[in-house]
Each structure stands twice: as C-alpha cells, then as structure tokens.
Ligand binder design. Sequence first.
Ligand SMILES: Cc1cc2nc3c(=O)[nH]c(=O)nc-3n(C[C@H](O)[C@H](O)[C@H](O)COP(=O)(O)OP(=O)(O)OC[C@H]3O[C@@H](n4cnc5c(N)ncnc54)[C@H](O)[C@@H]3O)c2cc1C
Ligand SMILES: NC(=O)c1ccc[n+]([C@@H]2O[C@H](COP(=O)([O-])OP(=O)(O)OC[C@H]3O[C@@H](n4cnc5c(N)ncnc54)[C@H](O)[C@@H]3O)[C@@H](O)[C@H]2O)c1
Length: 468
Amino acid sequence: MADEFDVIVIGAGPAGENVVDRAVRGGLTAAIVEERLAGGECSYWACVPSKALLRPIDLAGEVGRVPGLSLGPIDTAAVLARRDEAVSNYDDAGQVRWLESVPAELVRGRGRLDGPKRVRVTAEDGAERVLTARQAVVLATGSTAVVPPVPGMAEAAPWTSHEVTATSTIPERLAVIGGGVVACEMAQAMHGLGARQTTVLVRGGSLLNRMEPFAGELLAESFADAGIDVRTHTDIARVERPEPGGKVTVHLAEGPPLEADELLVATGRRVATGNLGLDTVGLPDDAPVEVDDSMRATGIADGWLYAVGDVNGRVLLTHMGKYQARICGDVIAARARGDELPAMRDLAGGYGAPQVVFTDPQICAVGRTEEAARRAGIRVRAVDYDMGSVTGAYLQGDGYRGRARAVVDEDRKVLVGITFAAPGAAELLHAATIAVTAEVPLDRLWHAVPSFPTVSEVWLRLLEAYGM
Ligand SMILES: Cc1cc2nc3c(=O)[nH]c(=O)nc-3n(C[C@H](O)[C@H](O)[C@H](O)COP(=O)(O)OP(=O)(O)OC[C@H]3O[C@@H](n4cnc5c(N)ncnc54)[C@H](O)[C@@H]3O)c2cc1C
Ligand SMILES: NC(=O)c1ccc[n+]([C@@H]2O[C@H](COP(=O)([O-])OP(=O)(O)OC[C@H]3O[C@@H](n4cnc5c(N)ncnc54)[C@H](O)[C@@H]3O)[C@@H](O)[C@H]2O)c1
C-alpha cells in the first residue's frame, strides 16, 4: 500500500467524503482516514436516525388534521426497526463500497497531523502508519456534543444526541436540557414515540432562539398541545443519579426538583479538534480551524491545510459541509494544475444557510432574520403572512397553523431572509433559497406564479403584503 497520496482527508463524514469525491474527479489520488464508521456522525447518530424517528410523528400530525382519516397508535418497535435500517444497522459496508468506487483508500484508525503534509494514523490495535500528502491535507473531523459543567451532570452519564438517536427504548419520563434544534427535534420524537412525561428545560426565554421569534412560539404552542412541558428561564443547579442508568433528579436553580428516567443534554456542539496534532503545524487545538472562502486554513505557510464541515465552525449543517467540500476538492485539484478556479468559493454561507427543523410544525429558514439583518446594517422591512389563510393550506386539513415572514432589503428590493413555520413547509424552502441566493429582484419574483391550490401561494400573499 502506498503511503503517499495527493490528498489526505481526516474524517469520513459527509464533508470528508465529498472532498475525496471531487478531488479524485479532478484527477488526484486520495486517502480518507476514519476512526469509527465511514459516513460519519450524520449517517449514524445525527441527521439520518433523527429524521427516521421524526417522520411518523410528522405524518401522524398530517393524518390527524384530515377529517375521515384515523390513525392507530404509532408502532414504536416498527419505527425503531426502520431507524436501524436507515442507519444500515451501524454497518458502513455500503459507504466502504462507495469509497472504493471513487476510488479512494479508506484508512481505518485515528488520524493526527504530524507536521506539514504528514498524517499519523493509529489503528484500533495500536499499529501506526504515516501518510504523506503531495498536495493537501483536509480536516473533516466534525463536532461532538457539549455537556455543560453542572455539578453531578457528567457522573449521571446523560444521553447526548448519540444515545437518543440510537436508543432502543423510549424513557417513560424524559428531561431535556436545551432549547435548540436537537432538543426540539428529539423531545418531539421521544414524546411521539411514547414518553409519557417530556420536559424541556430552556435556559433562555424561547425555543429556537436563533430563528424568527414566531417560530419558537408556534413550536411551543404545538408542544403544549401535544403535552410536552416547556419551561423557559430555567437554570440547572445540579444533577443526581445514584444508580447508573437509574432515576435521575434534576435540581433547578428555582422551584422543586424534576425527576426523570432519562436526561438528554442538547446544549450545543464543540468542534472536534482535540488531539488532532494542530499544535504540530502551529495552530490552536481548542478552536474551530479558521478557513478562507476556498476552505484553506489561514495562517499555514504554503497553504496545504484545508478544513470543511463542522470542524471549521462556519455552519453546523450537513448540506453546508458538503457544499464546502465540493469547493475544497475542486480547488485543491485546480491548484494542483496551477489554476485558482476563482469562481469556486463559498458564497452561500454569507447569505445565511438554509435549515429545516423537522418538528411539527416544520421550521424552515434561509438568509437572515429581521433582527440579524438590522444588526448587519441592512435597511429592511419584514412582512408576515398567516399561512393557515392560504387555500392550499386549508385543503391540507383542519387546524393547519403556520406563519411566514419575508425580510426585504429596502434599498436593493431583494429578499434577504425567509422563514416558514408550518406543517410540511420543508419543501417550500428551496424556492426561498433560490430567491435569496440568486438575489431575485422582487419585481421579477412577482412573475413567478405559484400553482393553485398549493401552500406555495404564500409567496404571492407575502408579495401582496409587501405592497405589490
Ligand atoms: C441529532 C442531530 C441531528 C442533526 N440533523 C441534521 C439535519 O437534519 N440536517 C443537517 O443538515 N444537519 C443536521 N445535523 C448536523 C450534522 O450532523 C453535521 O453538520 C454533520 O454531520 C457534519 O458533517 P462533518 O462531515 O463535518 O462531520 P461528521 O458527520 O461529524 O463526521 C466526522 C467524522 O470524522 C471522524 N473523525 C473525527 N476525528 C477523527 C480523527 N482524528 N481521525 C479519524 N476520524 C476522525 C468521526 O468519527 C466522524 O465519522 C444534526 C446534528 C445532530 C447532532
Ligand atoms: N434539522 C437540523 O438542521 C439539525 C438538527 C439537529 C442539529 N442540527 C445542528 O446541530 C447543531 C447542534 O444542535 P444543538 O441543538 O445541540 O445546539 P444549538 O446551539 O442549536 O442549541 C443549544 C441550546 O442549548 C442551550 N444551552 C447552551 N448551553 C447551555 C447550558 N449550559 N445550560 C442550558 N442550556 C444551554 C442554548 O441556549 C440553546 O438553546 C446545531 O447548530 C444545528 O445546526 C441541525
């Protein structure tokens, strides 16, 4: 086996895999180092299993709104079995076959930088192999869940996203700490799959506090209707779990303690830069790897180091990591040919990445919120529309509730942000992403006629609300 490649990628998650794909298409050879499963966090412990758990709940909501249809109780065992199938039973043989077809060499073990253009890989059995890169090393090691330093918390061995997405049992009483995306999605999944008492403990004043405020409000209403208890302005003082895996008591800063059968901590992520050898190339190992818009690490002589996906801290979303990876792989191949490929740079991140939170209602946003746009110094006007008033939405079923907001740049007359909070809104988002990213002028957008009777008619209503 050769130990020299044009490109060496550390981390075979969605970002790393896309780098090797593009670099090899560009005529280079590539190796990819992975310490767990090829496919990464996304495929086994994040996006894929979480969405497999949420889909039946989403559908149950849809069915429940249509008179004449009824739904029996959700068969939790069948849902968990489908989740197992979706994660290929935690077997990466399919991903390995794909890597072979690229072709790229999968090197199993933990990768670590060992000075410029060198990667030392330690296999599970302790065997070491040193790889050398002719062109570039790419870091794609992702991120890990943060467990806050609350007394007793670490000892209680709480669930993080890893355990909740892979669970084979549903706790009767679940306490969730955090009000972000993982907390909201997983609280709804566990509750829908049978948790009797689900309590979401939120430090701040709302759910999903980086989105438009109405999104968190509508979601909180939906949680309340479903019997999920959301407690805002709640700080955790300490956690107690005398028996491993037994009952857990969450002592709050104020009020009586909360007892649960399981505790899920969903308080954000930390970039996976620990023990990655960044010190051997003069970079800090406790911060995101800062990159320019070609994904090349700043502050490295000769520019041979790149970082894509969660590890560069730009946007912690799979589709954005893959976008960065396509740029990175193409740019490395072009630079190897002596070309800069200047059109291949990260533009999308600057607009505000699209994101779907797969709860019921789905919370979908792209671009900037009204507040973020104002903070960025853009002169904006926001217009809202009640999505339940659209004929297409009424026809989706009774009790369809939702709201949309368009944020218009008043100087350029283009959209700089869109948010939809409504059932089934995920598929509306790409049209918004095109409008925002392509900076479609409003007087042109007006001629994009939505079909009747679809929920997309909300686009027309938003433009009318703006005064068109
Ligand atoms: C519960 C949950 C649900 C999510 N849902 C969505 C969603 O619906 N949509 C979305 O866009 N995003 C979602 N995300 C975010 C998404 O999972 C991440 O943005 C994405 O996985 C990042 O991809 P990545 O390739 O950068 O890293 P990862 O997927 O984390 O992959 C990194 C890989 O690197 C390996 N690795 C790390 N260090 C080393 C090393 N030193 N040597 C060898 N290998 C190493 C790891 O084992 C891992 O396989 C979710 C996250 C969570 C936690
Ligand atoms: N559908 C999706 O796109 C999807 C789904 C899940 C995760 N993700 C990605 O994964 C990332 C991680 O998600 P997440 O929900 O863990 O993080 P997050 O940053 O979205 O939310 C973290 C939450 O924890 C709270 N928090 C932080 N520290 C705390 C503390 N010490 N005590 C109490 N509360 C605390 C924050 O106020 C916030 O409400 C997100 O950035 C998101 O991009 C995406």
